[in-house]
Design a protein. Structure first.
Ligand code: SAM
Length: 223
């Protein structure tokens, strides 16, 4: 197996691995392996997998669909959603978003580092930012879209606990959804408005809180 690009540079130049050294390899396909370095240069590092240490973990079937926020706040959402265990992060562009672009390579690096930090053997999928109406128009029929709405909805914990099957958590930007967006979401057959309590949470707080609540009520925290 050959590692290239930033990871090769990191292994060869930062970690200074050399031929014969032992490393832990996670391929996001089969799981985590003990491996040996065959050769190392700043361009590529050749690894020989030796022993499967952990199989790729099963990941709860929940997506997080957070509206783009200011960069440092969205970095937090990427990191925490990965740590908490989502299967997919689908960034959204809505009319009140302060940012409408995401540096995907940088976002992937944040997600990968967060996965390493929390010893995940499965990386969350990271979608390209998509406009709300396009996402709603192309929404998979079998996936419930829990819409975090500060204007009210079912208490989230109960709604999550009672749910079985594929799900997603939709969270708005700093300025919230505008009336037309809220109406379009609420009219969508897969949408279920949920409340995260009486206080108006910041976008990143709502995204992290909804995900943690999901994992506790319907995810893998009880395993
Ligand atoms: N529109 C609001 C305002 O400025 O008055 C604030 C939006 S809030 C900062 C960002 C997003 O977090 C909302 O669009 C919603 O998805 C979620 N959110 C915040 N507080 C919530 C609550 N108590 N219940 C459900 N969702 C909440």
């Amino acid at each position: 197996m050959t590692v290239e690009g930033n990871q090769a540079h990191y292994l060869a130049k930062v970690m200074r691995v050399g031929a014969g050294d032992a490393v832990i390899l996670c391929d996001d396909l089969t799981g985590e392996w003990a491996a040996r370095v065959v050769s190392a240069s700043k361009r590529d590092v050749v690894l020989q997998p030796i022993e499967l240490l952990r199989e790729r973990e099963p990941v709860p079937d929940v997506w997080l669909c957070p509206a783009l926020l200011k960069r440092d706040r969205f970095d937090l959402v990427l990191e925490k959603a990965t740590e908490l265990g989502v299967r997919r992060i689908q960034p959204l562009v809505t009319r009140r978003c302060v940012a409408d672009k995401l540096n995907l390579e940088r976002a992937r690096a944040i997600v990968t580092e967060a996965a390493e930090q929390c010893a995940r053997t499965a990386l969350p999928e990271l979608g390209e930012p998509v406009k709300l109406d396009a996402m709603l128009g192309d929404w998979p029929k079998d996936r419930t879209l829990f819409f975090a709405d500060e204007l009210g909805g079912e208490p989230a914990a109960g709604a999550f606990a009672a749910h079985s099957g594929a799900a997603a958590l939709l969270v708005g930007p700093e300025g919230g959804f505008d009336d037309a967006e809220r109406a379009a979401i609420r009219a969508h057959p897969a949408a279920r408005p949920v409340s995260l309590g009486p206080r108006i949470l910041r976008g990143e707080t709502a995204a992290i809180a909804a995900t943690a609540l999901w994992m506790a009520a319907a995810g893998d925290w009880h395993k």
